[in-house]
Design a protein around this ligand. Structure first.
Ligand code: GTP
Ligand code: MG
Length: 432
């Protein structure tokens, strides 16, 4: 859901010089979340103030800025900093996580995503609430949980109960998703996940590379952060049976408890056979490399065992002759040998997709040419269906009561079919 201009909230962005490199990304997050930054205040300072993040003198100066009601920081604040800054400035204090949470909340459409967001929101609010109780100055609480009718300690208790309930619900949903994934694998599908930094073009790629028989099912794309926060799964184009899943975008420095909340979504990535790690190649190389490292780090922390294809996207938008490829030798040694292929594409213009599909297929188990003789009996229809499902380049020749079939299939299917065929009086020969 996009915020209409009238919903936009006016804010001042404040930060200390130590956090300079987080500012641009925070501005993008704010703009996606419906904030208009009408003033910026930077303080030269190496260390954040323990109670106020920036110096208290600077906060008092904020009172002179007209038309603002929110104070935003590009870093995560402690509950006491949120309390103290809010009290001193009279503004609603919004740190980086809260911006991300607000974004997630506005984008959560599936029941699971809504529960995940609610859980993350409660986890975020509880320590702050505890601080407010601790300070015991509820009458002048500055804008936090504004409009709430509950007494805070009652709310605190309710929140804890609600969290326990959500945890159970999420466990059930997660189990169900795990089962679907196992079934798909058993049926022989290869799982491919599209992962990468937010706004790198993951959903655009999913729409372009999946079977377009259901265009009404296309996934939302937009030039903003965290358009997608739930997963979508489609059948991939190409000869092989691949199921492809779009996932929530990565972003740097999210606190572990928030990432954990979305881990079950990321499980689709960690459990996949192949991960397409998307990189926006139109960004400057330093930024793209940093984001690639952040993404690889998340994959590593999730014990991801799949093969990784680094997909340089938005190649249509790069300057002629500019250098955008990230050579493996530029990555820190712990990533040595983690990238199985690197491909350049433009998901939006559908360029390079055939090569991408080829490189995905090259990482799948080899296909063997097999020759099958299947006597046509009452049981043969079932076997024929399995052969059709598990093979490509199928040629069938019927003569009398015998079908002679030539096709290509993976060794594991050939092996189990061989047993079935022998029991039916048929045969299967593999060409190595
Ligand atoms: N120029 C160019 N733009 C692209 C390309 N692929 C995607 N985009 C644009 O990049 C923006 C983000 O695309 P999405 O597909 O929504 O990106 P995403 O990775 O799914 O983003 P989140 O779901 O927000 O994490 C959109 O404006 C797309 O049109 C491309 O190949 N070239
Ligand atoms: Mg998306």
């Amino acid at each position: 859901m996009e915020n209409s201009p009238s919903d936009r909230k006016n804010a001042v962005l404040v930060w200390i010089s130590e956090d300079d490199d987080l500012v641009d990304e925070t501005k993008e997050l704010c703009s996606s979340a419906g904030y208009t930054i009408i003033a910026e205040v930077r303080q030269s300072k190496d260390q954040p103030h323990t109670r106020y993040y920036i110096g208290p003198g600077k906060i008092i100066e904020l009172k002179d800025i007209e038309g603002i009601d929110h104070l935003i920081t590009p870093v995560d604040l402690t509950p006491s900093q949120i309390f103290n800054m809010g009290k001193m400035s009279g503004l609603t204090v919004v740190d980086r996580i809260r911006v991300v949470l607000e974004l997630f909340r506005s984008r959560a459409t599936s029941p699971e995503a809504r529960l995940q967001v609610e859980m993350a929101d409660l986890k975020y609010q509880l320590p702050i609430l505890r601080e407010f109780i601790h300070q015991g100055t509820l009458s002048d609480r500055p804008g936090f949980l504004a409009g709430g009718e509950y007494r805070v300690d009652y709310y605190y208790e309710m929140a804890r109960k609600r969290m326990a309930h959500i945890k159970d619900q999420l466990r059930i949903l997660r189990k169900r998703r795990g089962m679907t994934r196992t079934l798909r694998k058993r049926r022989g599908s290869h799982l491919v996940a599209v992962a990468g930094y937010t706004n790198s073009g993951k959903s655009t790629l999913l729409n372009a590379i999946s079977d377009a028989r259901m265009p009404e099912k296309s996934v939302d794309t937009a030039d903003r952060m965290f358009t997608t926060i739930a997963t979508s799964t489609r059948k991939m184009k190409g000869d092989r049976d691949c199921i492809i899943t779009d996932t929530v975008g990565f972003i740097r420095d999210l606190p572990p408890w928030l990432v954990e909340g979305f881990m079950s979504t990321l499980e689709e990535v960690f459990e996949s056979d192949i991960i397409l790690l998307l990189v926006d190649a139109s960004e400057d190389k330093e930024k793209a490399t940093r984001k690639t490292l952040d993404s690889l780090d998340i994959l590593r922390r999730g014990n991801c065992s799949g093969k990784i294809i680094l997909v340089m996207n938005k190649m249509d938008a790069i300057l002629e002759g500019s250098d955008h490829i990230i050579p493996e030798r530029d990555l820190p040694f712990e990533y040595f040998n983690t990238i199985d292929a690197q491909i350049e594409i433009s998901a939006r213009n559908e360029e390079g997709l055939e090569d991408l599909i080829k490189s995905i297929e090259a990482l799948l188990p080899d296909l063997f040419r097999v020759r099958i003789e299947l006597p046509l009996t009452s049981g043969s229809e079932r076997i024929m269906k399995i052969i059709r499902d598990r093979s490509i380049d199928l040629k069938i020749d019927y003569s009398g009561t015998l079908a002679t079939i030539e096709c290509r299939m993976e060794e594991r299917w050939a092996m189990s079919l061989k047993k079935m065929l022998n029991a039916e009086g048929g045969s299967l020969d593999m060409e190595i």
